[in-house]
Design a protein around this ligand. Structure first.
Ligand code: MRU
Length: 346
């Protein structure tokens, strides 16, 4: 990709401020825990795998200037950093997965002198980034086999390079097909209230030279009825053991519409998004967002002041509506309880 979403740069975290896109392409630097926490919370960095990377690099930031001389003192600081980062956003399991990996890395290297332990944690965060890049490429390769020549794909929110270290998950399927010479087109839902589809997905697809058409969320049914869509491909924030899938609010609507029109509905996600601790999607915590994002998201009041607002940021699509789940290890088909487990152990 032509950009790096998030990276470690000279003792701090460098990331693209996605709240400014597509009007401004600007990097910001986080050099302490509150600034990376705020960047996650306010969606400057967003998308499940990118949130995981931000949490891993944030953990490094949390201990980088530690003066601890014993492992116990160091561990106390590490724990307070990971606990703090865990409060930023609740739905994407990649955040908790990455924090666990960082905690385990510290535990496995507790015999090292503190400066080397810090370095081991940075190496682990950078390994997570490299693994994520490879997973996205593999998702693209597996996913493109599901697309036919001249297909038009509907996607929701942004599951592209901006939502990962590079290349994306749902968009990886489209990038790979395009790079392999398949003729495909994409319809992108704008994705109210924060417009990740309009602002980010169209931006990424246009840069890649992929034919993309923007629609408002409430146009999807009509577009499907007109026969314009051959399949849906979306990302995920957390997938329960049975295949129930949490993704950006409105994804469930799209799944219902796809089922009603007999259109395949595919989820693309790395195995770091699978949460086998949860049997079903009913247990997935759903983030609630501020009312202002609905009433004046981009600086202009579009509802009466003081109106009551309800704003869940994610919804859960039942596994029964998911045709297949594309991971870096292959394409899982129903029943997902068996196929996802087999895939995880492969
Ligand atoms: O609130 P966001 O922008 O972080 O939500 C992002 C999504 O819902 C994505 O579809 C999901 O995280 C997958 S990203 C590869």
């Amino acid at each position: 990709m032509a950009f790096s979403t998030i990276e470690w740069d000279d003792n701090r975290i460098k990331l693209i401020d996605q709240t400014l896109l597509p009007n401004e392409f600007k990097h910001i630097y986080c050099d302490d825990l509150p600034s990376i926490w705020e960047a996650i919370k306010s969606l400057r960095v967003r998308g499940a795998p990118a949130i995981g990377i931000a949490a891993a690099l944030g953990t490094v930031l949390g201990i980088w200037n530690s003066d601890a001389e014993t492992y116990d003192a160091f561990e106390t600081e590490l724990k307070s950093a990971t606990e703090y980062l865990a409060t930023s956003r609740p739905t994407a399991v990649n955040l908790f997965w990455a924090l666990d990996r960082m905690t385990q890395t510290a535990e496995q290297n507790k015999h090292l002198p503190i400066p080397e332990l810090k370095q081991a944690l940075l190496t682990e965060a950078e390994t997570i980034i490299e693994e994520d890049k490879a997973m996205c490429r593999a998702i693209g390769q597996h996913g493109m086999t599901l697309l036919n020549e001249n297909d038009t794909i509907l996607t929701h929110c942004n599951a592209g390079g901006l939502a990962t270290s590079d290349y994306g998950t749902a968009l990886a399927v489209m990038f790979s097909a395009h790079e392999a010479g398949k003729q495909i087109k994409v319809f992108a839902d704008e994705t109210r209230p924060l417009l990740q589809g309009a602002r980010l997905t169209t931006w990424e697809l246009m840069q890649a030279g992929i034919d993309v058409t923007l629609i408002c969320d409430n146009m999807a049914a009509q577009v499907m009825k007109e026969g314009k869509i051959q399949c849906v491909v979306v990302g995920a924030d957390r997938i329960a053991a049975n295949g129930d899938t949490a993704n950006k609010i409105g994804t469930y609507n799209v799944a219902i519409l796809a089922e009603a029109h007999g259109i395949p509905f595919y989820v693309a996600a790395p195995t770091s998004t699978l949460d086998f601790a949860l049997e079903t999607g009913a247990e997935i915590p759903i983030e609630q967002r501020a009312a202002e994002e609905v009433t004046e998201g981009f600086g202009k009041l579009t509802a009466p002041k003081g109106v009551k607002v309800y704003s869940p940021a994610f919804d859960v699509t039942p596994a029964s509506m998911v045709t297949a789940i594309i991971t870096e290890k292959g394409v899982a088909r129903p029943p997902f309880t068996e196929s996802l487990k087999a895939m995880q152990n492969a």
